[in-house]
Every structure is written in C-alpha cells, then in structure tokens.
Design a protein around this ligand. Structure first.
Ligand code: FAD
Ligand code: SIN
Length: 576
C-alpha cells in the first residue's frame, strides 16, 4: 500500500520510546489517543543500555538536601536550583511508581555483603516519606522492601537504585509491557521523525505552534504525516556525533536538530559528558563499564599498575566524571598508553559476578575475566547535558511542543551531570509534562474554547514536498561525511579543547553542512541521510556553543581559558 502523504491524527504525539517517551505516553493515554513513533524496534534506546541505575533518595542516612547539594556541586554553578529541588524531591515517589509498574530493582540480601555505616535500610516507605518533602533526611521506616543502593562518582551517599547492571533494560521492559496493555496508545516502529510541522513553517501568523511531524516509514520509504494537539520530543541524546561513544546507533541528535530547525532555543551544547570507562576492545563498540564498578571499590591504574586518581581529586576514583575523564586523558597523553586499567580483582569473585552479571559476561566473551585481571578502559562520549530549552514541566518555547529526557535542557545538570541523574530527570520531567499537556489538551478540546481552532490540529496538514528529488545515487557521500564528522568531533572538540581546534572544526563542519544540505534537497530522503543532516547540525551547535564559552567550567575544558568566569551563564543558540 502506498502510504505516502498519509495523515495520522492523534491527541498526543510522542517521538521516542525510551523512559521519557513511554512515561509521558502512559500518562497522556488516560485522557486521549497517543501515537508513539520510534525509529527502530521499540526497545532500542539509550534507556535500554543504562547500567548503573537511577538516583533517588531512599536511605535513612540520605536526604533530599544532600542529593540537591551533590547535584549542584557537580553542575559547577550552572544548575537551576529550583529545577534541581523539584526533580530531586519528586523522584522517590515516581521511582515507587516504577516499582508498582513492575520494575524489579535489586534488593538487599542480608549478610551477603559488607555493610558500611552509611548503608542502612532503604525502604519504599522511606521513598514516600522523602517525596512528601521532608528535606533534611527521612527516618528509617521499617521492614518493607530494602533496595540495594549503589554509589557512583560525585554522590556523597549510596542512592542509586539498580537492577543488577541492566537497570535500563528492566525499566524499558516494564514500561513497554504497560504500554502494550494500554488501548489508547499506538506504537509505530521504524518510523523516523524528519521534521516538526509548525504554524510558522505552514505560513500561519501568530505564535509559533507545533502541529505534529513528518516521519519516514522505513518499511515503505513513504513520508507520512502525524498530526497532534500536543507533541513531545523524547528522542534522547547525540553520542553518535563522536567517533567513540557509549551510545547505541539511535543517538544521532534528531530531536534536537528538529527543534532547532523549528526555532526552539538550544542551550549548553558544549557540555558533552565523556564516560571515563568504556571497554577498550576493537569488537566492543565502546561497551560501558559502569561507574558502579568503581562505586564498589574498583581502582583506576596506569599502565605501570600504579593508582593515579588520588593525584587528581580528594574523592580519588569516585570523583565527578569530568575529573576522572580528564585524568585518564592526561595519563594516556603523558605515558603514551592507549588505555587505563580498571581493577576490581581485590573484591570477592562471587560478589563481582552477582553484582555485575552483564558486564562480567560481556568482558568474558571478549577475553577478559574481570575477577582475575584489570580491564583496559578509555573515555567515550556518553551524555549530552545541554539540549532543547525547557522548564521543569518540559515546556519548550514553541506552543504545543514539549521535550523531556536527554534531548532537553531543564537546568538540572548545569555544566556536568551527576551520575544516574538522567533517568531520574527523564522520569520526573516526562511525568510533569504529561500533567501539563493533559490540562492543555482539555482546553484545546473544549468546544467553546477560542483556542480549539488555534493550531487546527485535526485539519489536513501540508504534505511532504519531495519535489523533483531523485533517488540518491552516490551514497558514499553519506558514509564519507558521517565518518568525517565523527572523527573531526573526536579530534578537535573532545575532552580538552582549544580555540584553534574549535575554529578548525567550525570551518570544516560548515563545508560539510553545505555539501550535506545540497545532497538532502537534491535526493529523496533515506534514514542515513536524515541522521547525517541532524548529526552535522548537532556538531555545529556543539562547536558554536564551545566557542562562545570563554572559560573552563564543568565538562567544557579549554586550554585557552583555563579558569572560571565569575558570572555563570547558559549558552543559548537559536536559528533566527
Ligand atoms: P532514549 O532512551 O535514548 O530514547 C530515545 C528514543 O527516541 C529511542 O526510542 C529512539 O529510537 C527514538 N528516536 C530518536 N530519534 C528518532 C527519530 N528521528 N524518530 C523517531 N524516533 C526517534 N543514565 C542514568 O541515569 N543511569 C545510568 O545508569 C545510565 N547508564 C547509561 C549507560 C549507557 C550505555 C548509556 C548509553 C546511557 C546511560 N545513561 C544512564 C543515560 C540514560 O540512559 C539516558 O540519558 C536516558 O535513557 C535517555 O532517555 P530518553 O527517554 O531521553 O531517550
Ligand atoms: C554508569 O553506569 O556508569 C552510567 C551511569 C550514568 O550515566 O548515569
């Protein structure tokens, strides 16, 4: 069947099926029809690969205030404190909701492990007490479920709920099961969103409003139209812009690029987080070795076998990620080593196998027994701290358009994200966005409302124009440019930056952009071409943001401006 130009009408359109998209969809479905479009299989997302866990205040010796403080410290002066407080304090109740949806977080086994004094009962009741707003520390409230809480860099307490070392897979499984049981949600797999449809683009006057999106049906190669009163972008991050990344292939920054082209503000893209410990192995495709491994005592060593992190930070191996990433980079450059060593062999082998079953099995498959030998590790691009500007309710600057999860910049992370705060942010912001979107939906649906016709969401939207575009004949242009961007970003816009390298990167990316855009308009769209165009734009936004920040703060470290400027400011870019 030729579905070219087919228009699907829904109350809510969700682009992306990770934790943010699915959380929003489940809540919006209570009042209206929801389309979730996702570009690969529904489970394929960054969420699905999350290892360490989700940070939330659950333990008696922890408090919301401590979680707020750790987040602010890690964010290096750029976090929005009100947003931090909102997300941290609403987290525990929403984690509890995940448990009610069937997410099985690891529980503590009595007497099976060492119990440091900072490690007391973490109960579901404690979570609810904390969520009720008891800033300053909840009481230990008794014998309900006791979750096993992990520790990661920058956290002053154990507060990371996890499901072994496959936390994301477990969350994704439970959310997808809930979605499958919801009759108001239709999931469209292999449906790749190309661009947002806005009133501005459709030539209508008044405030810019989102009306839906164009999407490429990858099964039929038809471009279809999704019309909705409310659209949520939940497309995740952009790790693929770098040659080495922990991210799966879906992370090509599509949502960010679409939002920018639609005139939304994009903030703080210079803050790309490099995860310090990805497995160094040609066949591993940057397999992540969770920070939780260091949380359980693993030590970073140089090629001479000597631990080095104490020389870089008082928290040594549990220093914030930017510090550890730069330390490994510096050690590698100094000694000429191709990797650092991550050593947990001093811990009990049974404990390692049980706590990290996925990491243990994967490393073994690749020839490393982590219970007996240290693992070779290198930093790799991991997380985009900046993104589409939103408030804590996920509202963007465009009416009817929300963004949540890694694609968004709420102000929680500032200049550096605290480990395991991203699943938390995605969960809380998607929940809040759904709450606001549901209210907006009822206003838009009220027959007497003047706003009912404002976005004309149910009318026929302008079809996709492919004009005289031909079938692409030289796909080498796509593969060549794809490789060039990723290498250029790794070499010139990496962990340590200089103006000279950034300016080189800008000149090259501008050339590549010209070539890619011409190719884009001359030929019919393909998934690779759409992603390449987005990747090039995201690269440009990272470079421009990095050039604008004339200081070293958090994840942005430049040899030309090694110190902090007194006034902490966001870098915000807009097309117009
Ligand atoms: P994602 O989960 O990435 O979902 C994005 C969705 O959008 C996908 O379904 C994708 O297919 C879809 N999509 C993208 N573009 C399009 C398009 N054009 N059209 C249609 N669909 C599209 N964070 C933590 O807090 N704790 C951890 O332990 C942790 N571990 C991690 C480990 C790894 C290996 C990685 C890569 C990340 C980890 N993170 C962790 C980060 C965290 O997983 C992500 O930030 C979070 O899952 C993002 O969720 P999301 O819903 O925003 O996006
Ligand atoms: C990890 O398990 O190290 C990843 C945690 C995160 O990115 O928050």
């Amino acid at each position: 069947m030729d579905t070219n130009g087919q228009q699907h009408n829904f109350d809510f359109l969700v682009i992306g099926s990770g934790i943010a998209g699915l959380t929003f969809a489940l809540k919006a479905a209570r009042v209206g029809s929801v389309a979730v479009i996702t570009k690969k299989h529904r489970a394929e997302s960054n969420t699905n690969y999350a290892q360490g866990g989700i940070a939330a205040v659950m333990a008696a010796d922890d408090s919301l205030e401590l979680h707020v403080r750790d987040t602010l410290e890690c964010g290096a002066g750029l976090c929005k404190e009100d947003v931090v407080r909102t997300i941290v304090s609403e987290g525990p109740a929403l984690v509890r909701e995940l448990v009610e949806r069937g997410v099985k977080f690891s529980e503590r086994e009595n007497n099976s492990r060492d119990k440091p004094p900072a490690r007391r009962a973490a109960s579901a009741k404690a979570a609810l007490a904390a969520a009720a707003g008891s800033l300053g520390g909840g009481a230990n409230v008794g014998p309900t479920t006791e979750f096993d809480l992990g520790r990661e860099g920058g956290h002053s307490r154990r507060r990371v709920l996890h499901a072994g070392d496959i936390t994301g897979r477990e969350i994704e499984r439970a959310l997808l099961a809930a979605v499958a049981a919801e009759k108001n949600i239709a999931v469209f797999e292999e449906m790749l969103a190309i661009d947002l449809i806005t009133t501005q683009k459709a030539g209508q006057s008044g405030a810019n409003r989102c009306l839906g999106c164009y999407a490429l049906n990858e099964k039929t190669n038809a471009v279809e139209v999704f019309a909705a009163k409310i659209t949520l972008i939940a497309t995740g991050g952009s790790g693929k812009v770098y040659l080495y990344t922990s991210n799966p292939d879906i992370a090509s920054g599509d949502g960010l690029a679409m939002a920018y082209r639609a005139d939304a503000g994009i903030a703080n893209m210079e803050f790309i987080q490099f995860h310090p410990t990805c497995l160094y192995h040609p066949k591993a495709k940057s397999f992540l070795i969770s920070e939780a491994v260091r949380g359980e005592g693993a030590i970073l060593r140089g090629k001479d076998g000597e631990p080095f992190m104490k020389r870089y930070h008082p928290m040594a191996d549990l220093a914030p990620r930017d510090v550890v990433g730069r330390a490994i980079d510096a050690e590698m450059k100094k000694t000429g080593a191709e990797y650092a060593l991550l050593d947990i062999t001093h811990k009990d082998a049974d404990f390692i196998r049980k706590r990290f079953p996925n990491i243990y099995a994967k490393c073994l498959e690749l020839g490393y027994d982590m219970t007996r030998e240290p693992l070779p590790v290198v930093p790799a691009a991991h997380y985009q701290c900046g993104g589409v500007v939103t408030n804590a309710d996920g509202e963007t600057e465009i009416e009817g358009l929300f963004a949540a999860g890694e694609v968004a910049c709420t102000g929680l992370h500032g200049a550096n994200r605290l480990a395991s705060n991203s699943l938390l942010e995605a969960l809380v912001v998607a929940h809040r966005a759904a709450h606001v979107a549901v209210k907006q939906h009822s206003t838009l649906s009220a027959p007497a409302s003047a706003k009912a016709t404002a976005g004309k969401p149910r009318s026929t939207l302008p079809p996709w124009e492919s004009g005289n575009a031909a079938d692409p004949d030289e796909l080498v242009v796509v593969t060549h440019n794809w490789d060039e961007i990723r290498r250029l970003m790794w070499d010139y816009v990496g962990i340590v930056r200089t103006d000279k390298r950034l300016l080189r990167a800008r000149a090259r990316i501008q050339n590549l952009q010209r070539e890619i855009n011409q190719f884009y308009w001359d030929y019919k769209v393909t998934p690779d071409l759409i992603e390449l165009r987005n990747l090039a734009l995201v690269a440009e936004l990272i470079i421009e943001s990095a050039l604008q920040r004339r200081e070293s703060r958090g994840l942005h470290y430049t040899l030309d401006y090694p110190s902090l400027q007194p006034d902490a400011r966001d870098t915000v870019l807009r097309k117009a």
